[in-house]
Design a protein around this ligand. Structure first.
Ligand SMILES: Nc1ncnc2c1ncn2[C@@H]1O[C@H](COP(=O)(O)OP(=O)(O)OP(=O)(O)O)[C@@H](O)[C@H]1O
Ligand SMILES: [Mg+2]
Length: 253
């Protein structure tokens, strides 16, 4: 095994956990996702980036079954998931969070995590134990009795991640998990994602506009613009790609 093989086998395998082929979603005349082809390798942290409206959330919605494709194929773990309902896709191990938090706002942190553990565990005692373990993992163990809706924004994001990882997904999709977090919270989430990837073997697909964090955590990137794949590669390759630079400078940001 040469150095390159050693490095790539340590980070992730070449086996695609997810293969997207010709994926397309139209809204009337607008093509939100256009003939998209990419793979997610088992064990990697893949960053999905691109300017506002590029099609990132639509791609997430297609992968998780919340939006049906107008065309194309999605193979997860070798089997087609195109056209399956969200619950069927998440049962296979592809779980995503939403750009806007989704949990029961008038229930406590503990109650939310117990509900999230329902699929994994049958007995209530096991669910409660799992909820405590997840809370500790995302740093919410001191806030178990707080109403989820009254948590500070950063903690709400952490709760969303906690709910998503309760079922031990093979592929965890995170849509803007860092939005509105302060520096310490960002560092906590990044640490959690690294542990999930390295110790639990969870493959991660992440969308976020925090480029510094993204460049620091992602093994590889795919870049979307107008629903199309504009570029893919390492942080270095993507950062120095003139088309990517233009795509970002061309926006109001
Ligand atoms: N339900 C819908 N009906 C019509 N158009 C939609 C719908 N959902 C998304 N779009 C359009 O599809 C395009 C892609 O939107 P999408 O939300 O996927 O972008 P995004 O990359 O997630 O952007 P952001 O970074 O702002 O979250 C946009 O032009 C958007 O207006
Ligand atoms: Mg979005």
């Amino acid at each position: 095994m040469n150095n390159h093989d050693l490095q790539s086998s340590r980070q992730y395998s070449a086996h695609p956990l997810l293969a997207v082929k010709g994926l397309t979603r139209r809204y009337g005349g607008l093509v939100a996702v256009s003939d998209l082809n990419f793979e997610i390798r088992a064990g990697e942290i893949l960053g999905l980036i691109g300017p506002n409206g590029a099609g990132k959330t639509t791609t997430f919605n297609l992968l998780s079954g919340h939006v049906k494709p107008s065309g194309g194929e999605m193979l997860f773990d070798g089997a087609s998931i195109a056209g399956l309902a969200p619950h069927a896709i998440s049962r296979r191990g592809l779980v995503r969070t939403f750009q806007h938090d989704s949990f029961f706002r008038d229930m406590t942190v503990l109650e939310n995590l117990v509900i999230a553990a329902n699929r994994q565990w049958r007995k209530r005692i096991d669910r409660i134990e799992s909820a405590h373990a997840i809370a500790a993992r995302v740093g919410l163990e001191k806030h178990l009795d707080m109403e989820a809706g009254s948590l500070p924004h950063g903690m709400q994001r952490l709760l969303s991640v906690g709910i998503a990882i309760s079922t031990k997904p093979k592929l965890l999709g995170l849509d803007e998990p860092l939005t509105g977090l302060h520096t310490v919270e960002v560092a906590n989430v990044l640490h959690l994602l690294r542990t999930l990837c390295r110790e639990d073997g969870t493959t991660i697909l992440i969308v976020d506009h925090n480029m510094k964090a993204m460049m620091g955590i992602c093994d590889r990137f795919i870049v979307l613009q107008y629903g199309k794949l504009l570029a893919q590669g390492s942080a270095e390759e993507v950062r120095n790609n003139p088309e990517v630079i233009l795509a970002y400078l061309g926006t109001t940001q």
